[in-house]
Design a protein around this ligand. Structure first.
Ligand code: AMP
Ligand code: MG
Length: 314
């Protein structure tokens, strides 16, 4: 059963405690309810993808209490500082270069060198972030493909028994997602949302380009800047060929060089995936052979990522 917590000091303390244990807690923001997990914890972030039933590891928005906390995670140039000063706290997400020292789980950024940050205005979101004392990864608190929730009941309708708790903070005022502004290159509107593009343009002083292709951020494996292993990757390998590095999964792969989850736990495998792909790439002298991963639950997202890693390079 998913607990419903009140936005009181006691409720917030329970929520912060759950989050510190790697559990998931949905919370109100001014846009929609977010499904929060510790952005530094691989297992917590893997649980977010699992709870939502997402078929892909697309990058998540990281929520912070203020600009000072955001500066610890991303690099802010003058333009980013100006946009943050004008619109934070509020329904604007900025995509910025990730600081290597940020120590976020690579699942949050889908292993990209950029990160999406937002400082929400909602008093309950603010209070939770301050109680918790760390960055919260939080996509909308609905099953993948369903509409975003604007009331605690909506969260329960989709995610009851899939998450630890929801904080009931009433109805979200804005009711649509945050506007996403990409600032890693020329400013680009990655997603329209709670702040109109005209308001951003008035602050920037010039018109904004639309995202060249809306699918782009949703498919990080296709980004040129996305990490791809140097070594060749062979999928569905029951056992390695001589000279191959074996990235295993499950009890049948006891002799693997690395095992994504010896017990065959897909959430654990997702939590390890990006770390182990990098380690395998560093250690492999030939091809990386990967055990079959069941095409169910988080296995679909893992296989999606592995297929990209194995795709021929141009
Ligand atoms: P949500 O599902 O509301 O958390 O939306 C997350 C969206 O933010 C993604 O689908 C991307 O469009 C965008 N996004 C998040 N992180 C990044 C990033 N590092 N680079 C580019 N876009 C991002
Ligand atoms: Mg969503």
């Amino acid at each position: 059963m998913t607990k419903t917590l009140a936005p009181t000091p006691e409720g917030l303390a329970s929520a912060a405690h759950l989050l510190s244990s790697g559990e998931l807690v949905a919370f109100p923001t001014e846009t929609v309810y977010g499904l929060g997990g510790d952005a530094r914890s691989d297992i917590a972030v893997a649980r977010i993808f699992d709870a939502k039933g997402r078929p892909r590891f697309n990058p998540l928005i990281v929520h912070l209490p203020d600009l000072a906390a955001a500066r610890d995670i991303a690099l802010f140039d003058d333009l980013a500082e100006r946009m943050a000063a004008a619109f934070w706290p509020g329904p604007l997400t900025l995509v910025l270069p990730l600081r290597p020292s940020a120590r976020l789980s690579p699942l949050v950024t889908a292993d990209l060198p950029s990160v999406a940050l937002r400082v929400p205005e909602h008093p309950t979101a603010q209070a939770l972030l301050r109680h918790f004392g760390g960055p919260l990864a939080a996509p909308s608190a609905n099953l993948s493909g369903k509409v975003s929730p604007t009331r605690a009941e909506h969260v329960m309708a989709g995610l009851n028994r899939r998450i630890a708790a929801v904080i009931d903070g009433g109805t979200c005022a804005v009711g649509i997602e945050s506007t996403i502004l990409g600032l890693t290159e020329d400013p680009v509107l990655l997603r329209p949302g709670g702040i109109p593009a005209e308001a951003l343009e008035a602050c920037l002083g010039f018109p904004l380009a639309d995202a060249p292709n809306c699918e782009r951020p949703a498919a990080p494996g296709q980004l040129a800047s996305h990490y791809a292993p140097r070594a060749a990757v062979r999928l569905n390998a029951a056992a390695p060929e001589p000279g191959e590095f074996w990235l295993g999964f499950g009890a049948g792969a006891r002799d693997a060089d690395l095992n994504l989850s010896p017990t065959g736990d897909l959430v654990a495998a997702a939590a390890n995936l990006f770390h182990y792909l990098r380690q395998a790439d560093d250690r492999a002298t030939g091809c990386i052979a990967v055990s079959p991963i069941p095409e169910k639950g988080l296995g679909r997202a893992i296989n999606d990522r592995l297929r990209r890693a194995a795709a021929p390079r141009s």
